[in-house]
Write a protein that binds this ligand. Structure first.
Ligand code: TPS
Length: 218
């Protein structure tokens, strides 16, 4: 795989719980066709798929990502990521130790870690993280146990300490505020609701791409 996040990334995150009454695979395909460059499968909460249903859904997501040559990353579930030979795993602070995930997945898989501070980013780097997801930058409805919005200062601090570490901003990011995230030096924006809930996913991703240029001019 080419270097991770070598160009600004529109990193889409979704689970079936984010698309009630709609076809999640159709939404993923629209996002892939629209130009996302990373995907994370995040099945969470009371309605999350489990067992065979989860496996079948995950296989379909992976197949679509593969067709569009977009990395397929699994949130939290190392067993699933390993079974599918996914491209990577994303670990939160309340999940398995990132260093354990690194050991179980091997040296060649992508390891991402959610962080809220420079200290957590330092620990993630020592655990072998390839990138960190930093947030919530803005207020988010998509995560139940989330911390209060931190703005872009954490991204600035982590990029200052680790210029070569890819930092992905997350939490309430939409095309109209993404410019601030790019301006702070983020390598990507990770997004659930602003993509899932968009009337036109293609148009929304185009707007995200336009925000990259707007951010650079700030
Ligand atoms: C790359 N996380 C922090 S805020 C949030 C999530 C899932 C909700 C965003 O939804 N970084 C990465 N992956 C993760 N899973 C997290 C952090 C954890 P919305 O865009 O609707 O505000």
């Amino acid at each position: 795989m080419s270097k991770l996040f070598s160009k600004p990334a529109i990193y889409f995150i979704m689970g079936s719980q984010n698309t009630p009454g709609r076809d999640a695979l159709e939404i993923l395909e629209a996002a892939l066709a629209g130009g996302i460059n990373c995907f994370q499968l995040r099945e969470k909460g009371a309605d999350a798929l489990t067992g065979e249903l989860l496996l079948d859904f995950a296989v379909e997501c992976q197949r679509l990502c593969c067709a569009y040559k977009v990395p397929f990353i699994v949130n939290d579930d190392v067993e699933l990521a390993y079974a599918l030979d996914a491209d990577g795993i994303h670990i939160g602070q309340e999940d398995m130790e990132a260093s354990t995930a690194r050991r179980l997945m091997g040296p060649d898989k992508i390891l991402g870690v959610s962080v809220h501070s420079l200290e957590e980013a330092e620990k993630a780097v020592l655990s072998g993280a390839d990138y960190v997801g930093m947030g919530p930058v803005f207020g988010t409805q998509s995560k139940a146990d989330t911390k209060s919005p931190a703005g872009t200062s954490g991204i600035l601090a982590v990029k200052n300490r680790y210029p070569g570490l890819p930092v992905i901003g997350i939490g309430g990011i939409a095309p109209d505020n993404a410019g601030q995230v790019w301006a702070a030096g983020a390598d990507g924006v990770a997004v659930i609701s602003a993509i899932v809930q968009a009337e036109s996913i293609a148009l929304q991703i185009r707007r995200f791409n336009e925000s990259i240029k707007a951010g650079a001019e700030k």
